[in-house]
Design a protein around this ligand. Structure first.
Ligand SMILES: [Zn+2]
Ligand SMILES: [Zn+2]
Length: 268
């Protein structure tokens, strides 16, 4: 598994390494491709006057400053965006933006989500606060994940095995397969959320049986965790998961999947 496409930097506020530290850690482990996916979420900054402030999210505005290859590692620009409602909408969708970060008015008003999604290569859609799904039916939570997958920039559903929101696995996997999108098997979950391991394994087994591709992200919140997927590897080997369904096995495979499902990143 030569790609790590779910990692965080200090811009996630509860993560501790810079992008350069993550890149260097990836290079040391001969990771071919690193996807940096800081949180795009209300966990970071509070709303002010009913909207999020574009200046709080400007760490996602200038991603084109990053080289595409750094220390020999291909570098992709991503976010981990929160799913915020049962319609599968993503953080920032309803937060209006009228100004640039320097206060100059935009020619056409937009939303925080559209603005940021115009600058990234791909998004991971994850649930971190499951309160919106309280009391929801399985049909509703399934539709929620399906709608999230329908977003043109969403390539990966993040850590569905630990989010605390049950859903119809086969139905969501069917849509992921149709769209060429990925279900994540998340290293941090297997390493630190033992209660979720059974569900993660069930999801992986259904991916294998149904021919759905997976993504193996570390969800590293510090550079020492980048590229280290021991728990994921052990689990996948234990269930004889087919290598051809691992989208993160090498950079070429991952970039092909990304290009078909979401589009070719600018400058690649
Ligand atoms: Zn997450
Ligand atoms: Zn994460």
């Amino acid at each position: 598994m030569a790609c790590d496409v779910h990692t965080h930097t200090i811009f996630s506020r509860h993560a501790y390494s810079t992008i350069e530290e993550n890149v260097r850690a990836a290079a040391e482990l001969r990771v071919e491709l690193l996807g940096s996916t800081d949180h795009f979420s209300c966990m970071l900054y509070p709303e002010r006057n009913g909207a999020f402030d574009v200046r709080d999210f400007q760490y996602l505005y200038n991603l084109s400053a990053w080289p595409r290859v750094w220390c020999g590692v291909r570098l992709l620009r991503g976010v981990e965006a929160d799913i915020v409602d049962l319609d599968g909408r993503l953080f920032g969708w309803d937060s209006p933006i009228t100004d640039e970060i320097n206060g100059h008015p935009l020619t056409a008003p937009t939303t925080l989500k559209e603005r940021v999604f115009g600058k990234i290569d791909y998004a991971i859609a994850s649930i971190h606060d499951d309160s919106f799904a309280e009391g929801a039916s399985l049909a509703q939570t399934t539709a929620c994940y399906v709608h999230a997958l329908e977003d043109p920039k969403v390539l990966i559903l993040g850590h569905t095995g630990r989010s605390g929101v049950p859903f119809d696995v086969d139905e969501v996997l069917t849509v992921a397969k149709e769209k060429g999108k990925l279900i994540e098997i998340n290293e941090a979950t297997l390493a630190r959320h033992r209660e979720a391991v059974g569900q993660c394994q069930k999801i992986a087994e259904r991916c294998a049986e149904m021919g759905v591709m997976i993504s193996t992200g570390t969800d590293a919140h510090i550079s020492q965790s980048v590229g280290r997927v021991d728990h994921v590897r052990a689990m996948l080997e234990g269930i004889h998961f087919p290598q051809k369904l691992v989208a993160t096995r090498d950079a070429q495979t991952f970039l092909g999947v990304l290009e078909r499902a979401v589009g070719r990143p600018q400058g690649l």
